[in-house]
Write a protein that binds this ligand. Structure first.
Ligand SMILES: [Zn+2]
Ligand SMILES: [Zn+2]
Length: 124
């Protein structure tokens, strides 16, 4: 009831707060607004002729909460399917064995776009 400070959640546990904007998220890892932006971005990317299998894997990774924001903006931590290894992923690079041709980078592209829409930069 009073436990408001929890340690960093391990992979594949439903987040209490949206991984993108921090608003309450249930039952998945993202709030309804971010989930909608993710779907919208994925649909736009699908229209560009992206390999549908790669896109499906990327969306599964996102839905599992297995790609989370890293401390550096635009950088993401991807958790491997076994849950034992993490990769550093950006929209153009990834430290996993498949490197930039993997689906992690595609997930990072989708999340980076959705995140930018969730938190528009202030105009100066
Ligand atoms: Zn959100
Ligand atoms: Zn990768």
């Amino acid at each position: 009831m009073t436990a408001t400070c929890v340690p960093a959640a391990p992979a594949r546990i439903a987040a209490a707060n949206c991984l993108l904007c921090g608003q309450p998220a249930a039952p998945g890892p993202h709030c309804p607004g971010c989930a909608g932006r993710i779907r919208h971005t994925a649909a736009a990317i699908a229209g560009l002729g992206t390999d549908p299998h790669r896109l499906t894997r990327a969306l599964e990774l996102i839905a599992d909460g297995a790609i989370i924001p890293a401390p550096t903006p635009g950088t993401w931590t991807s958790i491997s399917s076994t849950g034992t290894t993490t990769y550093l992923t950006t929209p153009s690079t990834c430290t996993c064995p498949a490197a930039a041709s993997c689906y992690h980078t595609l997930a990072a592209i989708i999340l980076t776009a959705a995140h930018a829409q969730a938190q528009p930069l202030p105009r100066t």
